[in-house]
Design a protein around this ligand. Structure first.
Ligand code: GDP
Ligand code: MG
Length: 461
């Protein structure tokens, strides 16, 4: 099984992590009410992907107490420039699973300033971070990838996360760097978000292998829809301020667990994450992959509504279930993938792919739709489907970020906070705006790629 090291940076990254570990354990049958869905040995093998299991550990681990006793630890590095969120990992119910040397905190935060996170904290904490990653990497036999989790709009995740990403590219060039990054909803608390998003996106374009962007606005809408359609009026609790992120984060985590399931569990038609980058990224720099899945069930708990066959396929690619809030399947598709878990029929999947190939627009060398099936379903579900699309619609993500950036930068509002940070200068602003605009136009260009028709060879007399 492939192994992954999860790197959580900043408040958002660590809050997603706080949702990730219980759900990952649940999937492997180690939480209350958990149901093992694969055989005991499949579950045990798969555990190695996200957890280090010492050699002397007993063959069968049944409970959380067994994991603690056996010295099992999460392959995780949790970083924040304040203490409160990371403290959950050292004090919470899963504290025995986290090596204290991989929990890195400081004081007093990054002030929502990418430059502080990238330059000041990156310089100061970089070596300690590299050491924590090295320790986690040494405990791997088949390290496949780093899974980075952070938001783009604050200072720590965005800045220090970017610095960590660049460091990983330098130290581990052959290990995939898969980034799940959160774009802000827009009407949020962070006034400097447009700068932070632009600067961090530039680093994603430079150093990530594959980016799975998530938009908070889309997550809020998904949660609201689920609540209203299930008759629950609690939509206002997503408004920032009151413990708003739990459900949104569980959607992100379910996507990640699905995405990595083919690398963790055995199966004849598994899509391994290593195949994804090859299949989904046709050119360097065009590596932003939109994701959606069905069924979505909040909190990762309870039984999801049974959905099967063609309905599942339609729901998985539907606009409503897109984590980016864009409509990737409406644009020109550079590459796509459908990965089923549990009792998804290959015939249904193939039938749906045929329909997609006829009805959607693909680049001239397409249609390219990778199909995968993982036999072991997600916890609490019998069948689910993840849809991935690398599409020209991603241009909107970059052009929106560029126009938000321009609004602020036109007046240089708040720019002095960045310019006073050692190592940061005006060029960083200009260059990051340029890379957003360039990426938007590269993605847009994919709508006009023509078939290359080579003239036939003529035999000269
Ligand atoms: N989806 C999600 N978004 C979050 C979460 N926490 C903060 N955010 C968003 O992230 C942005 C602020 O980034 P944050 O992670 O708090 O800053 P940092 O600690 O400096 O990296 C804002 O747009 C918040 O709305 C979370 O747990 N989940
Ligand atoms: Mg913070």
């Amino acid at each position: 099984m492939s192994e992954f090291i999860t790197l959580q940076v900043g408040q958002c990254g660590n809050q997603i992590g706080a949702a990730f570990w219980p759900l990952a354990l649940r999937e492997h049958g180690f939480q209350r009410q958990a149901q093992r869905r694969g055989t005991a040995s499949e579950m045990q093998d798969a555990l190695h992907s996200f957890f280090h299991v010492p050699e002397h550990a007993p063959g069968r681990l049944h409970s959380l107490a067994d994991l603690t006793q056996a010295g099992v630890s999460a392959r995780a590095v949790c970083v924040d420039m304040e203490d409160s969120v990371v403290a959950r990992f050292s004090r919470g119910p899963l504290r025995h699973l986290f090596d204290s040397r991989c929990l890195i905190t400081s004081y007093p935060g990054s002030g929502n300033n990418w430059a502080e996170g990238f330059h000041q904290h990156g310089r100061r904490h970089g070596p300690r971070l590299a050491e924590a990653v090295r320790r986690a990497a040494e405990r791997c036999d088949r390290l496949h990838g780093f899974v980075l989790l952070y938001s783009l709009s604050g200072g720590t995740g965005s800045g220090l996360g970017s610095s960590l990403l660049a460091r990983l590219a330098d130290l581990y060039p052959h290990v995939d760097r898969l980034v799940t990054c959160v774009y802000p909803a827009g009407s949020e608390d962070v006034v400097t978000a447009p700068y932070n998003v632009a600067l961090a996106t530039r680093e994603l374009l430079r150093h990530a292998t594959c980016v799975f962007p998530v938009h908070n606005k889309a997550l809020v809408e998904m949660c609201e829809h689920l609540k209203t359609s299930s008759g629950c009026p609690e939509t206002s609790r997503f408004v920032a301020g009151c413990k708003p992120f739990q459900d949104m984060n569980s959607i992100i985590v379910n996507m990640l667990l699905h995405l990595t399931s083919g690398s963790r569990f055995p199966g004849s038609l598994n899509v391994d994450v290593s195949e994804l980058a090859t299949n989904m990224v046709p050119f360097p720099g065009l590596h932003f992959v939109a994701s959606s899945f069905s069924p979505v069930n909040l909190g990762g708990g309870g039984k999801a509504a049974a959905t099967s066959g063609p309905d599942l396929c339609v729901a998985a690619v539907s606009r409503r279930n897109q984590l980016t809030g864009t409509d990737p399947w409406g644009g020109v598709l550079l590459a796509a993938a459908l990965a089923g878990r549990g009792s998804v029929s290959l015939a249904d999947l193939r039938g749906y792919v045929d329909r997609l190939c006829k009805r959607r627009r693909f680049v001239p060398w397409g249609p390219v739709v990778k199909v995968g099936l993982c036999r072991v379903p997600a916890a609490g579900q019998t069948a689910s489907l993840l849809a991935l699309a690398n599409s020209s619609s991603t241009a909107a993500l970059f052009s929106d970020a560029a126009s938000q950036f321009a609004k602020l930068y036109r007046r240089k509002a708040h720019a002095h906070h960045y310019l006073k940070v050692e190592g940061f200068d005006e060029e960083d602003f200009k260059d990051s705006e340029h890379s957003l605009l360039e990426s938007a136009s590269r993605y847009r260009e994919m709508e006009n790629v023509q078939k290359v028709t080579k003239p036939r060879l003529r035999v000269l007399a």
